[in-house]
Design a protein around this ligand. Structure first.
Ligand code: NDP
Length: 345
């Protein structure tokens, strides 16, 4: 059965893959963008198969007063828009306000539309933890450590998701809420824009890392995250939170994979500072980094974000690509867009 679906932040990395799938499945999609006339951001959406008949783009900014009420005559809402940046000038203005206000505006608008049966919120692992402590993280875990000064992006995502659950508890609306919490989302992009997560590889290849550090990431492929958002449309999927993550890889393994993939001629870090002393040194050096990057390094160096992805596999039937496959496809895509040099055999 085809639904009418509102997707906020339609220009985004994850939203673009999701909209492609929604159109392919025959749904009608209303996508919100900041500026529908900005064809450099919307042309790829308009060019998608089915877009001419089934995609409408409308203007909405998360910080506007009531940006969404005019567009919620839909069956399901995917609220994906949120600023994604690790380092900003003013955390409250640039991250927290749009994330929280946008989420509350969307839920308030949905509550006024009897047609809405479900809201699907793209939250993040950032709402689960900002300082992995070795335990296996589940949907029960909450990041209650971030502040506007400490990991501000994480704070914005945790506050936005909390605001959503608080809204559901206080207002008891007629729709239910599914929340998807992806870890680091990588993979091919629909546009030349480099997503903050794919930027990790551009930085490693471009020499931004002075050494291989004790960093470990939980990766997930953007195509699998998009599949999860589409699977979540089904009424058979219970309301609640869903961790979306495939597997972990540490920086040593990532750099080895990049080298084996033909990037040995680039500025890949050679020295290893992954032991206790190296990690202490890197934590000290992190104070010389921009604030958002510094706090990320201090809370993540030497830590492994272990997680349990059983729930999303069981309830949504998601099978995850391996990080190795996703990284290879990301490298090919970054090369295609000219963000990194071509590999050498
Ligand atoms: P993108 O930066 O590609 O997409 C973010 C989207 O949000 C863009 O469409 C952007 O619009 C929109 N947006 C930002 N600020 C505003 C605003 N003030 N008003 C209206 N729209 C706004 O990131 P992703 O696709 O990666 O992120 C999508 C969602 O997934 C976000 O909620 C993010 O927090 C979450 N997420 C991402 C992860 C990742 O690793 N990529 C991991 C976990 C969660 P514009 O094009 O105009 O800037």
């Amino acid at each position: 059965m085809s639904d009418k679906i509102l997707v906020s932040g339609a220009t985004g990395f994850i939203a673009s893959h999701t909209i492609e799938r929604l159109l392919a499945a025959g749904h009608d999609v209303v996508g919100t963008v900041r500026d529908p006339k900005n064809t450099s951001k919307t042309a790829h959406l308009q060019a998608m198969s089915g877009a001419d008949q089934h995609l409408t783009l409308v203007a909405a900014d998360l910080t506007d007063t009531d940006p969404f009420s005019a567009h919620t005559d839909v069956d399901v809402i995917l609220h994906m828009a949120s600023p994604y940046a690790m380092n900003v000038n003013d955390a409250q203005r640039d991250l927290v306000d749009p994330a929280v206000q946008g989420t509350v505006s969307m839920l308030t608008a949905a509550a006024k539309s009897p047609r809405v049966r479900r809201v699907i919120l793209t939250s993040s692992m950032a709402a689960i933890t900002d300082e992995p402590d070795g335990r296996v993280l589940t949907e029960e875990d909450w990041n209650d450590k971030s502040t506007p000064a400490r990991n501000p992006y994480y704070y914005s995502k945790a506050m936005a998701e909390r605001a959503a659950w608080d809204f559901m508890e206080a207002e008891k609306p007629h729709f239910d809420l599914v929340v998807i919490n992806p870890f680091l989302v990588i993979g091919p992009a629909h546009t030349a824009a480099i997503n903050t997560s794919n930027q990790t590889f551009v930085d490693i290849i471009g020499g931004a890392y002075p050494a291989v550090m004790a960093l470990n990431w939980g990766f997930v492929d953007v195509r699998d995250v998009a599949d999860a958002h589409v699977a979540a449309l089904s009424a058979d999927v219970p309301a609640g939170r869903y961790i979306a993550a495939s597997a972990n890889m540490d920086m040593t393994e990532v750099v080895a994979l990049l080298r084996a993939s033909g990037y040995g001629h680039t500025k890949l870090p050679k020295f290893k500072l992954t032991g206790a002393i190296g990690t202490a040194l890197m934590k000290l050096a992190s104070f010389g980094q921009p604030k958002g990057i510094g706090s990320y390094l201090r809370t993540h160096l030497g830590r492994i974000p272990r997680f349990d992805n059983t729930k999303i596999k069981r309830e949504m039937g998601i099978t995850f690509r391996s990080p190795q496959e996703s990284i290879q496809d990301t490298l090919a895509d970054l090369t295609k867009w000219g963000h990194i040099p071509a590999p050498k055999a």
